[in-house]
Design a protein around this ligand. Structure first.
Ligand code: CUA
Length: 363
């Protein structure tokens, strides 16, 4: 064991180009390790400060996330001060009261009542203050907004993609939650299979999405933009591929999005050429059994594709929506996304071309 470790150290020294003198060698590798440690800590520090990080809990962009952040910051400071204090005291005790000789043993004392009372009461007070603050925030962020001044959206977790239903607008879409800025969005979270967790870190915390139960969560964005999120509860093979995006629009742009997503879709019977062939394949190959295209098919297992082209991503927001990615996907979905419930339909390249031509008409 020791020999093996020694061997590894020698190897490391060789890699670092250690000098021949063993004493100098220890010094040099010590220094190198120290600078490597400082270097990686510095790197870690810069990573925390980067604003463009897509999923940064510490960069709130809405009132709900801001309330959580306002709670986290003081708790972090309090915990940091206690951490430093405890470690300094431990170090002082270890150094000052260390055993100095063979027959040097600690004196046994009864204890110090004042100290013991102090270190019982002080943490209780600190925890009490944090507890009261936390309870306040919990009640605050869970307060449901009035229906008249909020947008209602039902979020349905599927293995492994998100469905977003807008009951007041009759819209069903997938993976991208479109919202207007400055409006409280009242989310009803449901699951059709296993437990997922909805988590858009810049806008809110995370909440479990549980089959047979409706959980409630409010999100709100202050500025237009795209906010990235992710399923945060292990839900099977492609859990890590279950992304989501919240896209916040200025109110007028949101109305445009609603209009585009409520327009009557093109009649399949009016299509010509490859698109018409694709529409026929959509039925004969069984796509229609899993996907809804309003007025054409009524499947509910996979995402509703009526206004597919209004989206920028597909397959749990794993891929950008373009013909190249659709082609790769249609060749073999489980190869692109492990565990995908959409099977490999053994489509020919010609069939894929036609299907893509049809999907391109779903505006
Ligand atoms: Cu859904 Cu993890």
């Amino acid at each position: 064991m020791k020999l093996a470790r020694l061997g590894r150290m020698r190897n490391a020294d060789a890699l670092l180009g250690a000098p021949d003198d063993p004493e100098e060698a220890t010094l040099t590798t010590g220094k190198t390790r120290f600078s490597a440690l400082v270097g990686s800590l510095a790197l870690l520090g810069t990573a925390c400060g980067r604003e463009e990080l897509p999923q940064n809990t510490l960069d709130p962009q809405g009132p709900v996330a801001r309330k959580l952040d306002d709670l986290v910051d003081p708790v972090f400071v309090i915990a940091g001060v206690i951490f430093v204090l405890v470690n300094v005291l431990v170090l002082v005790a270890v150094i000052k009261f260390r055993r100095r000789s063979e027959d040097d043993s600690p004196k046994q004392v009864h204890g110090n009542s004042k100290l013991e009372l102090g270190w019982t009461i002080a943490p209780a007070v600190i925890l009490g203050v944090i507890g009261i603050g936390t309870l306040g925030v919990i009640f605050d962020i869970n307060e449901r907004p009035a229906a008249a001044e909020s947008l209602q959206v039902t979020v349905v977790g599927h293995q492994w993609w998100w469905e977003f239903d807008y009951p007041d607008h009759g819209i069903t879409t997938a993976n991208e939650l479109h919202i207007p800025v400055g409006t409280k969005v009242d989310l009803a979270l449901e699951s059709v299979d296993v437990i997922h967790s909805f988590w858009p870190p810049k806008l809110a915390g995370k909440l479990d999405v549980i089959p047979g139960r409706t959980n409630r969560m409010v999100v709100e964005a202050e500025k237009p933009g795209t906010y990235f999120g992710q399923c945060a509860e292990f839900c099977g093979l492609s859990h890590a591929n279950m992304y989501l995006r919240v896209i916040a629009h200025a109110p007028a742009d949101f109305e445009k999005w609603v209009a585009a997503n409520t327009e009557a879709p093109t009649e399949a019977s009016s299509l010509r050429g490859d698109a018409a062939g694709g529409a026929a394949l959509f039925r004969s190959k069984g796509c229609s059994g899993c996907h809804t295209v309003e007025g054409y098919s009524a499947g509910t297992l996979g995402p509703n594709l009526t206004h597919l082209q209004q989206r920028s991503v597909f397959a749990g927001a794993m891929f950008d929506l373009d013909d190249r990615n659709l082609r790769k996907w249609l060749r073999d979905p489980p190869a692109e996304k492990p565990g995908s419930l959409m099977p490999n339909l053994d489509l020919t390249e010609d069939e894929i071309t036609k299907l893509i031509a049809y999907l391109d008409t779903l505006q």
